[in-house]
Design a protein around this ligand. Structure first.
Ligand code: UN1
Length: 504
């Protein structure tokens, strides 16, 4: 048994169903969690039984009615305690993320830091759930709008950010007065239970209704019930565009609210004025970080033809220095992919590049031995190829050349996804053009920093097949509330709007 599991209170078999601090039945179908670096089973989580699911959602609906009455700043205090508990357990939880998901320890710790950051943000947000006031067109009338909680929020997160994306949703939803039911990825169920336990401990002496709920499901049956469940006001889904489309359709069919954070096909533009000392490390972190399994991963580099050879050589040199191995070893820069299927998909993508006539310059080779390791790949490709249009969730970077900035922007926007984008340039006009209405069509557009590793303070999400949702900072909190417009007549007359007369 790993020491980190002990530290986080995890055992060999862990309850996967939590109504706040109360865990449901200790037997049921097991979801095994595997270490992607070795292929070995780490421990198991007990899946949520259908009858427990119903009980849990009922409890959540009841708790939501109590939680919404608690003043928002007090709700913020609860999240502040969670943030502090996460500070205490940052090292252990970061290690568990690394162990179970396979990202390197620095990125595992970074993910927990992202949880702490959003907790701090949410604490402040709890005092800033502002509505506007308007001037009424009618005398002695006042208009304003206010924001009310939705009730029960459902968060479905992906394996690649097994803890941070939960925090973006659950912490903001909580200060907004909602309770949250979390369904983590069946590939990272231990992270879910570990976080639930930390949250429970942080809130133990606060005498609150249960606010944070957890369900686990190995397949899709429970997930479908969850998505279709009218008691769940908002489904926040992070995952592939293909699944997200189905989630969006199902939630729309019941007129529920949906927040989608789906696939990316993120490009970095390197123009003729780019500083490669900035561009190269950003591209390598963006493409190799998390073994190419971030939704913000750099998948395409669009490089001006005059810099193509120079950049290609620099990237090949840099890729040779990427140390692949045990993600918990501090010297490692790239860990394994999540599972065998991910390795096979990356290999198949490289094969597709070759069959299109492209050249795989390096990588896409399985590493012998246990674990799901593959070497990071760079391929010379064309934007229009179906494989380049597809988000292959692995470390495969496409190099594509362009001859002028208009063409680069057309290529950058010429994919179905619209999450993150960047330009490396020392030319002010090019930078501003890239950020203008005629530039990148993505939800995130950067200058001289890469596509991945966004801070929590901004709104995170993207357009087109990325789903349009925005999470984390800025005014994303509004997605977790319903808006109400109020008009108050404090006079003794009853004037109608638009000057309408209706005299009885
Ligand atoms: C994701 O991959 O689902 O910007 C989230 C980033 C991280 C979040 C990624 N802060 O890369």
């Amino acid at each position: 048994m790993h020491a980190v599991l002990d530290r986080l209170g995890l055992g060999e078999r862990n309850p996967g169903t939590w109504i706040g601090a109360e865990a449901a039945a200790a037997d049921g179908t097991l979801i095994d969690s595997f270490n992607p670096a070795t292929g070995e089973r780490i421990a198991s989580v007990i899946a949520t039984a259908p009858e427990d699911y119903d009980r849990l959602v009922e409890a959540a609906a009841e708790a939501a009615r109590a939680w919404r009455r608690i003043p928002a700043p007090v709700r913020g205090e609860a999240v502040r305690r969670i943030g502090n508990a996460l500070r205490d357990d940052k090292d252990a939880l970061g290690s568990l993320v690394s162990l179970e998901m396979g990202k390197i320890k620095a990125e595992g710790d970074g993910e927990v830091q992202e949880m702490i950051d959003i907790a701090d943000f949410a604490v402040g947000q709890a005092r800033m759930l502002y509505g506007k006031t308007m001037h009424s067109e009618r005398p002695e009338h006042r208009m304003y709008e206010q924001w009310h909680p939705l009730g029960v929020v459902g968060t479905i997160s992906a394996f690649n950010f097994p803890v941070a994306v939960y925090a973006w949703n659950a912490f903001i939803a909580a200060v907004c007065g909602n309770v949250n039911i979390w369904k983590p990825s069946p590939k990272t169920p231990l992270c879910g239970v570990a976080v639930q336990t930390i949250v429970n401990r942080a809130l133990a002496d606060m005498d609150l209704p249960p606010v944070f709920f957890l369900i686990n499901d190995a397949g899709t049956e429970l997930a479908e019930r969850f998505v279709d469940d009218e008691r769940v006001a908002l489904i926040s889904f992070t995952g592939s565009s293909a699944v997200g489309r189905k989630v969006g359709e199902r939630v729309a069919a019941r007129m529920g609210k949906c927040l989608l954070e789906l696939g990316g096909n993120n490009a970095i533009v390197v123009d003729e004025y780019a500083n490669l000392d900035l561009a190269v490390p950003s591209i390598v972190f963006g493409s190799v970080g998390t073994a190419g399994q971030r939704c913000t991963t750099t998948r395409r580099v669009l490089v001006h033809e005059s810099r193509f050879a120079e950049l290609k050589d620099a990237l090949l040199r840099a890729y040779r220095q990427v140390r692949i191995g045990d993600p918990l070893d501090p010297n490692t820069l790239m860990g394994p992919l999540i599972d065998e299927a991910a390795v096979a998909r990356t290999e198949a993508a490289a094969a597709a590049v070759r069959s299109n006539g492209g050249e795989v310059l390096c990588g896409a080779e399985r590493v012998k031995g246990p674990g799901h390791f593959i070497t990071p790949a760079i391929a010379v490709a064309e934007n229009a190829w179906p494989i380049v249009q597809t988000e292959t969730f692995g470390p495969l970077l496409y190099l594509i050349s362009f001859s002028n900035l208009d063409e680069a922007i057309e290529l950058q926007n010429g994919v179905r996804q619209g999450l993150s984008s960047a330009i490396f340039t020392d030319n002010l006009q090019n930078a501003e053009y890239f950020l203008s209405h005629g530039g990148s069509d993505c939800g995130i557009a950067n200058v001289n920093i890469g596509t991945s590793g966004a801070e929590i303070g901004g709104a995170f999400g993207g357009e087109k097949e990325t789903g349009g949702g925005r999470e984390a900072g800025s005014d994303s909190w509004r997605a977790y509330m319903r808006r109400q417009t109020n008009t108050i007549n404090w006079g003794k007359e009853l004037p109608l709007a638009q000057g309408i007369r209706f005299d009885l």
